[in-house]
Design a protein around this ligand. Structure first.
Ligand SMILES: C[S@@+](CC[C@H](N)C(=O)[O-])C[C@H]1O[C@@H](n2cnc3c(N)ncnc32)[C@H](O)[C@@H]1O
Length: 242
């Protein structure tokens, strides 16, 4: 099964209990509640009136719901995800909230975003870059951002220690058994694959610079255990020709 299919299948099975499970996992590994973790992203992302926002890998729409709660006039959010059942769960959570004019959903792959060049003022992403090909992801994000666009990401990071081949191997094995026992085989495969895509703060700095992003800010958030790499909040801008 291709990596993408593994991730899609894992989140299809995961969708019905995603928010509760991710809350307990973030708490177990980092000491964060899911809500306060997403608040970090939303509160660090400057959003202005009438801006068009793209939330990539939006899942059950927790990030768009939080942004819309800020009631910034004229803001429109597009939630994009390639797992239909995650979007369906999200739709259920917003049904009856009359958000039709301020939110739209797109079931598509972040590696081939179905929007024109320069469509969005802000691109945000939570807890998903570790499932993606980072250089391709960043080039797609850059393409759909307007000439002066803001990118804001929050996700797991890694450390030089975890980059050591033997440690990375041990982490992959432990992740496999942890998620196979706690969840299922497909989730275990998806999370083992994700370990390869993790970056250190320095690794992110290099990826963002080579993708042409500027004003790069990478902050390590708190982590419960010293041996588990801290989550990262990443913000940067793009200044490009029309
Ligand atoms: C851990 S969830 C994160 C959901 C949400 N952003 C959050 O902060 O909770 C990862 C999401 O990424 C989506 N995803 C993974 N790879 C993707 C891709 N290439 N294109 C679109 N969505 C993707 C999955 O379907 C899943 O909904």
């Amino acid at each position: 099964m291709k990596e993408k299919q593994v991730v899609q299948e894992a989140f299809t099975e995961f969708s019905s209990h995603y928010e509760e499970t991710v809350n307990s996992e973030l708490n177990t590994f980092w000491g964060w509640s899911y809500q306060s973790f997403v608040d970090q992203l939303v509160n660090r992302t400057e959003i202005l009136e009438n801006q068009k926002i793209l939330d990539i890998a939006t899942g059950t729409l927790v990030i768009p719901r939080k942004i819309l709660k800020k009631k910034i006039p004229g803001v429109h959010i597009t939630g994009l995800d390639f797992t239909e059942s995650m979007l369906r769960q999200g739709k259920k959570k917003i049904s009856g909230l009359d958000l039709t004019n301020s939110i739209s959903l797109t079931c598509a792959d972040a590696m081939a975003i179905p929007f024109e060049k320069g469509t969005f003022d802000v691109v945000v992403m939570g807890l998903a870059s570790h499932h993606m090909d980072i250089p391709l992801m960043l080039s797609e994000m850059r393409r759909v951002l307007k000439p002066v666009g803001l990118l804001s990401i929050i996700d797991a990071g890694t450390s030089p220690l975890w980059e050591l081949a033997v440690v990375k191997f041990l982490m992959r094995v432990s992740a496999f058994f942890y998620f196979a026992i706690k969840e299922n085989f497909t989730r275990a495969l998806a999370e083992v694959g994700a370990i390869t895509n993790l970056r250190t703060p320095e690794g992110w700095q290099m990826e963002l610079e080579s993708a042409g992003f500027l004003d790069i800010e990478i902050i390590q958030l708190s982590s419960k255990y010293r041996w588990i790499p801290a989550p990262l909040s990443i913000k940067c801008k793009i200044y490009q020709e029309e």
